[in-house]
Structure formats: structure tokens, C-alpha cells
Ligand binder design. Structure first.
Ligand code: NAD
Ligand code: DAU
Length: 365
């Protein structure tokens, strides 16, 4: 039996958590631009090192009457409760999280607080405000990392058992279980997506692609962990957020969907591709850029491979990714090159202090 709704769900007042972060900011921009979305957005965000409200400056300008920002921490139960009581959202899309695996290795506690307790507070507040309404929706944004690590063969599917292996993925897995428990026990309607690695503009420069782009622009070493053989599946952030909107509007409640692009690359191949496009743009050769590659100490517990079988969401809900990886990487490189103010401002915050403490002045190279 199909898990698609007969008629698309209408979304009214939408509470977006973590909307000042990388993926959340793209979601808000694209949802407000959609003609089929006539509701409004409340962006609830604590503005940690990864949150930058400047990412949404254009959105505020264009959609002033339909957008509202609330600074708040998910760990603060009263603050979350107040949003539900005062602003009365009908749907939640939950992006807010501590999202970076390396940080979860250096300091896991913030991941337990935000990702587990924060999700719990959000679920409890939704449950309290919505009572037994069935016309509401809690969409939870999760990751493919909850499924663990693959060998050379095979793909994650909606029925792959959970096997999280870093503090980050363990905290995301716990959150996923809490969301499903709220449905089974209290009938809180949810949908959930597990997605692969995102890339695109406005990504905080600690994740692999913006680290490489930034170091290329500065002529600094390109730090590849281990031998660069780990494999990731790269999806453009706009494809991810469009997939989330598709699931929120077309899926029956109580369903999980895997979103991915099929664009698998080992890290070294991906860095080579970036070098090859960056060289000519910077008046250098691809070989000049490749010479910057430096193999550095591996990440502890580094998952070998993630890969998604996204056939179910394509078949049942009609979503497919539109970006091709080569074009997407070019657009991403050009965005970082053109938006130095954004980059310098996010880098000048708590991120710089953290990097200094953990890696010294030169960064992880
Ligand atoms: P990000 O780190 O760029 O942004 C996280 C946002 O959450 C920031 O704006 C931050 O200020 C906010 N936040 C953090 N703690 C908070 C708290 N306690 N209360 C309120 N706000 C808080 O993250 P991202 O890369 O945009 O990821 C968004 C979501 O997507 C996460 O749930 C992540 O697990 C998931 N995801 C990410 C990827 C990826 O490749 N980046 C892939 C799949 C799934
Ligand atoms: O798979 C989805 C996940 O992808 C999300 O849930 C996470 O929020 C997101 O951060 C991302 O996790 P990864 O650990 O896969 O992403 P990261 O960009 O940190 O690393 C990608 C790969 O590149 C990984 O194999 C480690 C490697 N790496 C990373 C950095 C930062 C390097 O070789 N050098 C680096 O400097």
C-alpha cells in the first residue's frame, strides 16, 4: 500500500528550528518562495557558532510579513513551550542540532543536550499544545549516519537497522527513536527523513567541502583524513530541502523516507574534483592545487562508507534530486569566493576559539 497522501497536506504556521544554520536557512528561503506554501514561518534558533541570521537577510527583506525570528535554546523547556503557546504553530520542521561529527568527538555533552534533550522538549511542547489534533505534523530531520558504516557494497534503505557509531550519530538516533515513540505512544503525527552529506552555500566552514574551498582560496594545505578512502554521498542542499517539503506535504504520518543523490565519491576523489575546478579559476593549474593535499591523522571511529537507496521516495512521492555534482561543486566554490563577508563573519565567532583550542593556529592541517 502506498504511503502517499491522496491530497497534498496544507502547511499553515510552520515552526522551523535551527533555521539560521546551513540547511535550515535554505529550507526557509525555498519554502517562502513556493507558491503552494501560503503560510508563515517562525525560525527558532539559539544562534550557536553555526547559526548566522545574516544567511537569511534576503528572506527577511522579501517576506517580512510571513517571517519571524525567535532566539531561543531548545534545552530551555519554558522557552520552547512559550513558542507553542504564544505563536501556535501547526507544523514543526526540526533542523536544530549540534551537527559536526569532529566536535562530537571533542565534546559530546552539547550533542546529548541539544540533540536528545532538545528534541524531547520540542516533542513534549508540541504534544501539550496540540493535544490530540490530527491535522498537525512534526517533521524530524535526521541523518544517514544513524545506520552506521557500509563496506564496499550495499545501500541504506528505510528498513536498515540502526547502528550509530559516533556521539553525533548516537544522539541523532536517540532523537529519531523519541520522535517515533511519541507517535506510537501519544499519537503525535510525524514524518522523518534520513539524508546523506549536504553541500552548497552557507555551510559553516568546518565541514569537508567548505574547509577545502577555504584552504584553496588561502593557499593552505588541504587536510585529508587518513588515506582519503572513506566514501560519502553528496547531495545539494536545495535538493535536500525540496525533498523535506515533498515529504511534509505528500507523506502519510508515521513514515520515514531516505533522501540521497546517488553521487558517491571517496574523499580523495572529491578533493581532486575541487582542485580541478579551482585551479583555472584561481589562475593556477589543477596540479598546483592538488599539491596542497596533505594526509592528516584520521578521525577516530571514522565510518567507512554511507550510501542511500532513495528509490522509495522517488517512486511513491515523486521527488528526485536536480543538481549534478560537478555543477553543484562549481556553484559552491564560486559562492564562497564571492561571499567573503559572510565567511569572515562566521569565522570570527566562537568557531575560531574552538579551532585554536583543539588544533592550534593553523586549523586541522
Ligand atoms: P548547522 O550546524 O549548520 O546548523 C544548526 C543550527 O541549529 C544552527 O543555526 C544553530 O544555531 C542551531 N542550534 C544548535 N543548537 C541549538 C539549540 N540548543 N537550540 C536552538 N537552536 C540550536 O547544521 P546543518 O548542517 O544545517 O544540519 C541541520 C540538520 O540536518 C541537523 O539536524 C543535522 O543532523 C541534519 N543533517 C545534516 C546533514 C549535513 O550534511 N549537514 C546531512 C543530513 C542531516
Ligand atoms: O552523512 C550525513 C552527515 O554528513 C551529517 O549528518 C552531518 O551533520 C554532516 O556533518 C556530515 O558528516 P561527515 O562527518 O560525513 O561530514 P564532514 O564534512 O565532517 O566529513 C566528510 C568526510 O570528509 C568524512 O569522511 C571526513 C572527511 N574530512 C572531513 C574534514 C572536515 C576530511 O578528510 N578532512 C576534513 O578536513
Amino acid at each position: 500500500m502506498s504511503a502517499a497522501l491522496d491530497k497534498p497536506r496544507k502547511l499553515g504556521t510552520l515552526l522551523v528550528t535551527g533555521g539560521a544554520g546551513f540547511i535550515g536557512s535554505h529550507f526557509i528561503r525555498r519554502v517562502l518562495d513556493r507558491t503552494e506554501f501560503t503560510g508563515s514561518v517562525i525560525n527558532f534558533d539559539a544562534l550557536t557558532y553555526a547559526g548566522n541570521p545574516e544567511s537569511l537577510a534576503d528572506v527577511v527583506e522579501k517576506h517580512r510579513s510571513r517571517y519571524r525570528f525567535v532566539k531561543g535554546d531548545l534545552v530551555d523547556r519554558e522557552a520552547v513551550r512559550r513558542v507553542f503557546q504564544e505563536l501556535k504553530p501547526d507544523a514543526v520542521v526540526h533542523f536544530a542540532a549540534e551537527s559536526h561529527v569532529d566536535r562530537s568527538i571533542h565534546g559530546p555533552e552539547a550533542f546529548v543536550k541539544t540533540n536528545i534533550l532538545g528534541t524531547f522538549n520540542l516533542l513534549e511542547s508540541a504534544r501539550e499544545a496540540w493535544k490530540d489534533r490530527s491535522d498537525v505534523l512534526f517533521h524530524h530531520v535526521s541523518t544517514d549516519e544513524v545506520f552506521g558504516s557500509l563496506g564496499a557494497e550495499g545501500f541504506f534503505t528505510e528498513s536498515t537497522p540502526y547502528d550509530p557509531r559516533s556521539p553525533y550519530s548516537a544522539s541523532k538516533a536517540a532523537a529519531d527513536h523519541l520522535v517515533r515513540a511519541a507517535w506510537h505512544t501519544f499519537h503525535l503525527p510525524y514524518t522523518l527523513t534520513n539524508c546523506s552529506n549536504n553541500y552548497g552555500s552557507h555551510c559553516f566552514p568546518e565541514k569537508m567541502i567548505p574547509v577545502m574551498v577555504e584552504n584553496m582560496l588561502a593557499g593552505k594545505p588541504l587536510p585529508v583524513y587518513g588515506e582519503g578512502k572513506n566514501v560519502r554521498e553528496w547531495i545539494h542542499v536545495e535538493d535536500h530541502v525540496d525533498g523535506i517539503f515533498t515529504v511534509m506535504t505528500r507523506s502519510k504520518p508515521g513514515e520515514t523516507w531516505l533522501l540521497g543523490s546517488g553521487e558517491e565519491r571517496c574523499n580523495l576523489d572529491l578533493v581532486h574534483a575541487l582542485c580541478d575546478l579551482a585551479g583555472p579559476r584561481l589562475g593556477k593549474t589543477a596540479a598546483d592545487m592538488r599539491a596542497l593535499i596533505t594526509f592528516v591523522k584520521d578521525r577516530p571511529g571514522h565510518d567507512h562508507r554511507y550510501a542511500i537507496d532513495a528509490s522509495r521516495v522517488k517512486r511513491e512521492l515523486g521527488w528526485s534530486p536536480r543538481w549534478n555534482l560537478e555543477k553543484g561543486l562549481e556553484a559552491t566554490f564560486d559562492w564562497y569566493r564571492a561571499n567573503r563577508t559572510w565567511v569572515e563573519r562566521v569565522k570570527s565567532g566562537a568557531y575560531r576559539d574552538w579551532m585554536k583550542q583543539n588544533y592550534g593556529e593553523r586549523g586541522p592541517s
